[in-house]
Write a protein that binds this ligand. Structure first.
Ligand SMILES: [Fe+2]
Ligand SMILES: [Fe+2]
Length: 489
């Protein structure tokens, strides 16, 4: 029997958690401050340092046991712990502002710890944070700190940059540059592997693994800049860019679905390798212009199991997660098993395959390929993916994907009621404004194309509460001679 007094409403639950975090969050920040101070004053063996680290690890563990994660976010002059703003008062002023300054000095806007963050990780984290904050004069190097943490085996504590709106122009530029490098390197590595397989040579799986890890790290730090690069869909190297795009979308989607970082690494490997079997499909079939013959289709449809064979044959295939083989095999099966290869027995598709099938479907449908010259606009692809059950996609995964991309996915070209043309840059962070994404305006009101144009938030309103700009309709960039990727690279 549960009476009304015993049940907890969602509101109650949130409030209880709020007041818990207000106390525990404060305790946690004071513990960080104390540890930072003593690490600065004494050598690490010192008893006081050791005690402060014990305290910190203990305090963190108690919060993790209850809340599963600790997320400290810096927004302006405020500190939030698990979305609860901590009140600043005279007692905690010194400790809060010290921690705030330290995070800012290192270029971090957020620190997130999850279960598994132990005393050793906290110790490495604090030492590296101190070093990063001390050497930051002349620019912040968050990426360096992220790299050091990785090297030190700190896997349960991550630092991320401040939200985009708080990044300086220069920081945004650096993120973009980094994303470009990660993207190009991944394409190069994929090309190397596929070509090696084609030539019957051995391929370096370790390199692929490193490329995937870089993508995961980048997506966790800032997903928009890498996803922007996926607009490079009309690139010559379709096979390679397609694999990298599917990898980026799958990782971003996996993150949204709550996978851990280690799961994201495996998912990323599986996504990058999903079409590896195409390396065994003759090029004249793969690149054929015009429609494919029945025989061509038969060969194309062999790529899933050819993929499994290829993965087994890769040098050091022990490094290829077993799940990559399953997804290579399953990604065209469809959830109702009407796809290929045919399954004799009913089987549930693995969650990795469901995620990759959605990312694959989206990238393929929005790409320009030899045998399909008119790609659909991204928003209609999403619409179709959701409504056409014959595609056999998992509707829950598709919905998360739409949540991720917004109803106007990035790269969509739109006409505004000001008669300006614009490209969608990202979904609006405010979920109540799904129809009003962030855009880059790329023309004057007369329709003359400008480059690089300027950013605008379609949710911006004038004094009367009327939106400054609204989308009238989606249009095809080709009609205006616009290469979408030029604005993202
Ligand atoms: Fe495929
Ligand atoms: Fe594919």
């Amino acid at each position: 029997m549960s009476g009304p007094g015993q049940r907890m409403s969602v509101v109650d639950a949130v409030q209880t958690s709020d007041s818990y975090i207000r106390g525990a969050g404060r305790e946690f920040l004071v513990a960080i401050y104390t540890a930072l101070r003593s690490l600065k004053l004494y050598p690490i063996e010192n008893a006081q340092v050791q005690k402060s680290l014990d305290d910190l690890a203990g305090t963190a563990q108690r919060i993790l046991d209850r809340e599963q994660e600790i997320e400290v976010r810096v927004t302006g002059e405020f500190l939030f712990v698990n979305s609860t703003r901590l009140r600043l008062d005279l007692d905690n002023y010194a400790s809060f502002s010290h921690v705030l300054g330290m995070l800012r000095g290192a270029g971090a806007g957020l620190v997130r710890a999850e279960s598994g963050a132990d005393r050793r990780e906290w110790t490495s984290f604090l030492s590296l944070l101190m070093a990063a904050a001390a050497h930051s004069a002349g620019g912040t190097h968050l990426l360096e700190l992220q790299g050091r943490l990785r090297e030190a085996g700190v896997t349960h504590i991550v630092v991320e940059p401040p939200l985009e709106s708080e990044m300086t122009e220069e920081e945004q530029e650096r993120q973009k540059e980094q994303a470009k490098r990660t993207y190009q390197r991944s394409v190069a590595v994929t090309k190397e592997v596929i070509n090696s397989v084609r030539m019957g040579r051995s391929a370096n799986v370790k390199k692929v693994k490193r490329a995937v890890q870089a993508i995961v790290d980048q997506v966790l730090a800032d997903e928009t800049s890498l996803m922007g690069l996926s607009t490079l869909r009309d690139y010559d190297d379709y096979t390679f860019t397609h694999s990298v795009n599917v990898c980026i979308f799958s990782i971003a989607l996996g993150k949204k679905l709550g996978l851990t970082k280690l799961q994201l690494y495996d998912l990323g490997m599986a996504a990058l390798f999903h079409d590896v079997g195409k390396a065994r499909v003759p090029l004249e079939v793969l690149n054929k212009e015009g429609s494919l013959s029945d025989e061509d289709w038969r060969i194309m449809q062999a790529h899933p199991w050819l993929g499994v064979l290829t993965l087994f044959g890769l040098r050091g295939y022990g490094e290829v997660p077993y799940r990559s083989m399953i997804t290579a095999y399953e990604h065209h099966m469809k959830t109702d098993l009407t796809g290929y290869p045919k399954s004799l027995r009913p089987r549930p598709m693995s969650i990795f395959s469901r995620i990759i099938a959605v990312a694959d479907g989206f990238d393929a449908a929005t790409s320009r390929r030899v045998y399909k010259t008119n790609p659909l606009q991204p928003d209609s692809v999403l619409h179709e993916m959701l409504n056409n059950r014959r595609r056999g996609l998992d509707p829950v995964v598709v919905k998360s994907f739409i949540n991720l991309l917004g109803i106007y996915p990035l790269g969509t070209m739109v006409i505004l009621d000001t008669y300006e043309l614009a490209l969608v840059v990202s979904a609006n962070a405010d979920v109540t404004e799904v129809h009003r994404p962030m855009v880059r305006i790329i023309s004057d009101p007369g329709g003359s194309i400008t480059s690089p144009g300027f950013l605008a938030n379609l949710a911006d309103k004038d004094a009367t509460g009327t939106a400054l700009r609204s989308i009238i309709k989606v249009t095809d960039p080709d009609r205006y001679g616009v290469r979408v990727s030029d604005y993202f690279v």
